[in-house]
Design a binder for this molecule. Structure first.
Ligand code: NAD
Length: 304
């Protein structure tokens, strides 16, 4: 099966460098018309140079593709609405949104300034929500859309010094879960990508020989699969150095306890059973998880 994007219109945020640039180049090379967004700031989000997006647009055009540059900050909802309108005015639709823009403000939580916490949440979570909100009516109207959130292993599993970033990155998974449910009847598929790649964000964090294997290009196939017409929905794909995995938010079988004065003691005594990972499941929604608990209560009641 060839992953063709002819006729599709894509917006890739933070695509002036790193992973976003590779995403934009790959989508354009496979036939998509690409709006390349980038504020052009430093890795901590400071500054901004509108040339970052234009340089990638120039590369795409030089290779025979179609692209437009946009220097909006994803934290500015009005500018994000204008960015989406720019794509719609030029090409009549938006099929794909890759929420890729991101910054870091790493520090141990004890030393972390709450302003830096908020800024990281603003860029990653609010930026992703603003961009999704701006494309949503277009995707609903055309009964087609693909949204890729960029999460992170830090969000999924934690990393020292990244409390703000981890919280913001897992929040994108939460956004994905509900948008996938709400988008289903409009043909909108929403997924998350957890990349590992050598970019300015990771330079100095790992030895050179390891970084050499972690090319941004090796992450791109996972983005293409999640952005394509054949994409799944509600998947969390991890990708790096040619490795591809799926992360799941699972639920154990657990136990049922009647509510009484010694329920806390019973729960403490049986915690091993609650956390045992045999026959884990992935509920189809939050309310489906609640229904599972009610079913367990009903079964316990019937046995009494
Ligand atoms: P990068 O710094 O090269 O790319 C991020 C881009 O986002 C930059 O070009 C930056 O200018 C842009 N940007 C930042 N704030 C913006 C804003 N407000 N509006 C518009 N653009 C903005 O780093 P990267 O590694 O290519 O990161 C891309 C994405 O992948 C980020 O979301 C990052 O958190 C995520 N990620 C990267 C890794 C990795 O190993 N490199 C791991 C997990 C997640």
């Amino acid at each position: 099966m060839s992953l063709d994007f002819a006729g599709r219109v894509a917006i890739v945020t933070g695509a002036g460098g790193g992973l976003g640039r590779q995403h934009a180049l790959a989508l354009a090379a496979r036939g998509a018309r690409v709006l390349v967004n980038d504020l052009g700031g430093a890795v901590d989000g400071s500054g901004g140079a509108s040339t970052a997006a234009q340089a990638v647009v120039d590369e795409i055009r030089a290779a025979g593709g179609e692209a437009l540059a946009n220097a909006a900050s994803v934290t500015d909802f009005d500018a994000v609405l204008a960015m989406v309108q720019q794509a719609v005015d030029a090409w009549g639709r938006v099929d794909i949104l890759v929420n890729n823009a991101g910054i870091l403000r790493d520090k141990s939580f004890a030393k972390m300034d709450m302003q830096d916490f908020r800024l990281v949440v603003d860029v990653h979570l609010m930026g992703a929500a603003y961009c999704a909100k701006a494309v949503w009516p277009h995707m609903q109207a055309q009964n087609y859309g693909r949204i890729v959130m960029t999460t992170s292993s830090t969000g999924l599993y934690g990393n020292f010094g990244q409390a703000n970033y981890g919280a913001a990155k897992l929040a994108q998974v939460g956004l994905m879960q509900t948008l996938a449910i709400e988008g289903a009847k409009h043909g909108i598929h929403v997924n998350a990508l957890a990349p590992t790649a050598a970019t300015r964000m990771t330079e100095g964090l790992m030895p050179e020989e390891i970084l050499a294997q972690l090319t941004p290009e090796s992450v791109v196939p996972a983005m293409l699969v999640l952005a394509h017409e054949s994409a799944p929905t509600r998947a969390i794909l991890c990708a790096g150095a040619g490795g591809f995995e799926a992360a799941h938010i699972t639920l154990t079988q657990g136990i049922h306890l009647p509510v009484g004065p010694d329920t806390p003691e019973q729960l403490a005594a049986r915690l091993g059973e609650v956390t045992a990972r045999t026959d884990e499941q992935v509920p189809q929604s939050g309310s489906a998880q609640g229904t599972l608990e009610l079913a367990k209560a009903k079964a316990a009641h019937a046995q009494r």
